[in-house]
Design a protein around this ligand. Structure first.
Ligand code: FAD
Length: 405
């Protein structure tokens, strides 16, 4: 017989949340969570940290403190999937077997794909809100800039929280405007893609901020190399004719967002789709080839926005459907692709972008979702962190239900 009823790979937002939700429904399930890190992060607040509006220390807790007490924590990384044998190999040499598997190890931030970036980070004004230790340095860099060139970059999709690269920029511009130096700054947003935001309804309100801050947009412009001490960055820019040219830019500050890829352990397994993501059905979140495997969070093949908000809704889908499969019923829940990206367009105001598959708008509140609001800032800066730690990670789904669940 199997070591565990359910093995969960990854103890991040999705893994802890789904474990807690399963145990609320079926307290006797024997669940193991495979998680190598002894720290658990609330990443959505790093945007606010980079804007000087949130204490970074409040975004981390010991994994031990968020692990549901009835679950078994296997403190190691998953190193190999053997779904035909219902077995996961661990990096420390152990292996575990399961009746059902949940795959949620998130994604890999591929800093290494940009020449010189890893060495440059944290010095010479080179920063990124995508790391706990660097988000405070974003704010430090913003505050120390009085004039000159500030570069913000966005890699090819998919990335987690697709709005985060521009959120960092708007909060920086807002600060520069407040202290009266925005007119002396040249701010440029280099996007690998061809659109400011993937859901067209949100582009006009964002463009109004781009114009009011005087930001230059460079589409089809991909960061490829950084020299920190020389304060230079290189971009590959695709012109209208499709030809790519290398552009060199000097900077006083560079906010870089790394390319984002599936973890090797998923990509190199039978669970992966052609691109390397764990291949699940977009509605049921069950694996398309292995009936006893489910997936959720940033590491799956679905086209929703990779956000904690999406995970919050996926948790309910996986918990309900996995139990139905165990107990021989039809799967009751269909995920609609809900995700949310609270766009911090200025300090104190947010455009709360909520949408599902196909860019369908799914606003929680009966208000025009494209209007920047103070209430949405309060939601993001105060309510959502609390709901995350006390609701989502503890399987108290009713706490999150008014917010799209
Ligand atoms: P994670 O929370 O990243 O957790 C993955 C876990 O898997 C980690 O604990 C990791 O240690 C573990 N792991 C990795 N490899 C292995 C392995 N081999 N074996 C076992 N475990 C492994 N979301 C929003 O909803 N709203 C926002 O405003 C927002 N803003 C963001 C801003 C920034 C700067 C960033 C970085 C993210 C933001 N997000 C936002 C996205 C959100 O944080 C993620 O979508 C969410 O954390 C996804 O949950 P997850 O469990 O899939 O991945």
């Amino acid at each position: 017989s199997a070591d565990f009823d359910v093995v969960v790979v990854g103890g991040g937002a999705a893994g802890i949340g789904v474990t807690a939700s399963l145990l609320r429904r079926r307290p006797d399930l024997r669940i193991a969570v495979i998680e190598p890190s002894d720290k658990h992060y609330y990443q959505p607040a790093w945007t606010l940290v980079g804007g000087g509006a949130f204490d970074v220390k409040k975004t981390v807790r010991p994994t031990r403190s968020v692990m549901p007490s009835r679950a078994t924590w296997l403190h190691a990384a998953a190193a190999g999937f053997e779904p035909q044998a219902n077995r996961v190999r661990l990096a420390d040499g152990r292996s575990v077997t399961y009746q059902q598997l949940i795959v949620c190890p998130g994604l890999r931030l591929a800093w290494d794909k940009i020449d010189g970036l890893s060495d440059a980070l944290g010095k010479h004004g080179v920063t990124s809100n995508y790391r706990y230790d660097l988000a405070p340095y974003t704010w430090e860099s913003v505050r120390s800039m009085q004039e000159g060139q500030a570069l913000f970059t966005q890699p090819a999709m998919p990335i987690k929280c697709a709005g985060a690269p521009q959120k960092a920029m708007y909060l920086a511009c807002d600060h520069w405007r407040r202290v009266g130096v925005l007119g002396r700054m040249q701010v440029e947003f280099d996007l690998a893609g061809a659109a400011l935001f993937g859901v067209p309804a949100y582009v006009p309100p964002l463009m109004r901020y781009v114009e009011s801050y005087g930001i230059d947009l460079a589409f089809n412009s991909t960061l490829v190399a950084v020299d920190g001490p020389a304060r230079k960055a290189w971009f590959d820019r695709k012109g209208a004719d499709g030809a790519v040219s290398r552009v060199e830019k000097s900077f006083g500050m560079l906010h870089a967002v790394p390319p984002q890829v599936p973890h090797d352990v998923v990509r190199d397994s039978a669970l992966a789709d052609a691109a390397g993501w764990c291949e699940v059905d977009p509605g049921t979140l069950r694996h398309v080839r292995f009936d006893n495997v489910f997936g959720l969070g940033d590491g799956i093949s679905t086209s929703n926005a990779k956000t904690a908000a999406a995970a919050r809704k996926q948790i309910v889908t996986v918990a309900e459907n996995l139990i139905a499969v165990r107990e021989g019923h039809a799967m009751p829940v269909t995920y609609d692709g809900y995700g949310s990206c609270p766009l911090t367009v200025e300090r104190g105001r947010i455009v709360l972008a909520e949408f599902g598959y196909g860019g369908k708008l799914l606003p929680t509140f009966p208000l025009d979702p494209t209007v920047p609001r103070k209430s949405a800032w309060f939601l993001k800066a105060t309510l959502l962190p609390w709901i995350y730690w006390n609701g989502m990670l503890r399987g108290r789904e009713w706490l999150a239900r008014p917010l799209g669940n």
